[in-house]
Design a binder for this molecule. Structure first.
Ligand code: COA
Length: 307
C-alpha cells in the first residue's frame, strides 16, 4: 500500500525545505534591492525584476500593483494544491514588497473554477488527501485574512467555489459582465469555506446568502453587485482597460494612510475570521469523507455532473 500523502514526512520535509529556500531567496533579493536608493529601487523593481513565474500561477509587480494570476486555462483555472502553495508564497512576498495593492485575476475565459476536484478523489474513486486538503485550506485562507494590503479581484469570467467565497475577504471586486458567481457546495456534498459562513450573510443578508451557499444559486455579475459581493461591473469590451486604469490611479494614493485605514477597518474582525476559518475547516474534513461528497466527486470524475 502506498503511504497516504499526509504521512509522507520525507516528501513534506523536502517540500518545506524547498519553500524555505525560495522564501530565503526572496528575503535576500528584497534586502539587496532595499539597500539601493529609493529612486533607483522604484525604477528597477519593474515587471522584469519582480516577476516570478511558476507554471499555473503568474506573479508580477509593476506600477505599484502586484498581480497574482490564475494561469491554468485548460482546466478553467481550477486551483491545485501546488497553486495554493504558490499563492501563499506570492501573498507573503507581496505583503513586504513595495507594491500598494495586490490584485487577483485569471487567464482565459474563467476567473477560476475553484478547488481542483481531482485533488480530492483518485482514479479508483477513493477520497484522498482529506486531512491534507483541510490543513492546507486553513493555512491558505489564513493568508488572505492576515494579508496587510488592499486586495482586489479582477473577475474576468465565471468564478466557482472557493474563487467566490474568498471574495468576502477582498477589499474590492471588479467584474466583467461575463462573470458569474457560483458556490455549489451542497451539490457536491461539501460545506462552505473561506469564512463565507460569516462574510456572506454580513455582506448580502442571511436570506440572499442562503440562496447562494445552501441552494447553490448562480449569480450574474450584476446580481452579485446588487447584493454587495461585487463592487462594480464593467462591459466585457472595456473591462480590462477601465479596471487597470483605475487601479493604477489607486496605487498612486498615499500608501501609509491607505494601509492604516485598512488596518482600522479590519482589525476588529481578524480574530473572528480565524475562528470561523478553523471551524469551517474542521467541518469540511468530516464532510469531505462523507458518502454524499464521494458520490458527487465520482459523478464529476465520470463526467456525469457539470455545474
Ligand atoms: N477541478 C478539476 N478539474 C476541473 C475543474 C475543477 N474545479 N474545473 C474544470 N476542470 C477541468 C475539466 O475536468 C476539464 O478537464 P479535461 O479537459 O481533462 O476533461 C477541463 O477543466 C475543462 O473543463 P470542461 O468541463 O470540459 O469545460 P466546460 O466549459 O464544459 O465546463 C465547468 C466548465 C467549470 C462548468 C465544469 O468543468 C465544472 O463543472 N467543473 C467543476 C467546478 C466545481 O465544482 N468546482 C468546485 C466548486 S466547490
Amino acid at each position: 500500500m502506498p503511504k497516504p500523502a499526509v504521512f509522507d514526512f520525507d516528501n513534506k520535509a523536502k517540500q518545506d525545505a524547498r519553500m524555505e529556500t525560495a522564501r530565503q531567496n526572496h528575503v535576500n533579493l528584497v534586502s539587496c534591492l532595499s539597500s539601493s536608493s529609493e529612486a533607483s529601487s522604484q525604477g528597477k523593481r519593474g515587471a522584469d525584476e519582480r516577476a516570478q513565474e511558476s507554471k499555473d500561477i503568474l506573479v508580477s509587480s509593476e506600477d505599484g500593483i502586484t498581480k497574482i494570476i490564475f494561469n491554468r486555462p485548460a482546466k478553467k483555472n481550477a486551483i491545485s494544491f501546488q497553486m495554493c502553495h504558490d499563492i501563499m508564497r506570492a501573498l507573503k512576498n507581496a505583503s513586504t514588497d513595495n507594491s500598494v495593492i495586490t490584485v487577483f485575476t485569471g487567464t482565459g475565459d474563467y476567473y477560476s473554477s475553484g478547488n481542483d476536484l481531482r485533488n480530492l478523489i483518485n482514479d479508483a474513486g477513493k477520497i484522498q488527501n482529506a486531512a491534507m486538503s483541510t490543513t492546507l485550506l486553513r493555512e491558505f485562507v489564513n493568508c488572505f485574512i492576515d494579508f496587510p494590503k488592499p486586495l482586489v479581484a479582477v473577475v474576468n469570467g465565471p468564478a466557482i467555489g472557493i474563487a467566490v467565497t474568498l471574495l468576502g475577504l477582498f477589499d474590492a471586486v471588479y467584474a466583467s459582465d461575463r462573470a458569474t458567481f457560483h458556490t455549489p457546495f451542497t451539490h457536491l456534498g461539501q460545506t462552505v469555506e473561506a469564512c463565507s459562513s460569516y462574510t456572506f450573510p454580513k455582506i448580502m443578508g442571511s436570506a440572499k446568502a442562503a440562496e447562494m451557499l445552501l441552494f447553490g444559486k448562480k449569480l450574474t455579475a450584476r446580481e452579485a453587485c446588487a447584493q454587495g459581493l461585487v463592487t462594480e461591473v464593467f462591459p466585457e469590451s472595456t473591462f480590462e482597460t477601465e479596471v487597470w486604469t483605475r487601479l493604477k490611479t489607486y496605487a498612486k494614493l498615499p500608501t501609509n494612510a491607505m494601509r492604516v485605514s485598512r488596518e482600522l477597518i479590519r482589525k476588529h474582525e481578524k480574530e473572528k475570521l480565524h475562528t470561523v476559518n478553523a471551524e469551517e475547516c474542521s467541518v469540511a474534513q468530516e464532510r469531505g469523507m462523507s458518502e454524499e461528497c464521494t458520490n458527487a466527486l465520482m459523478n464529476f470524475m465520470s463526467r456525469k455532473a457539470k455545474l
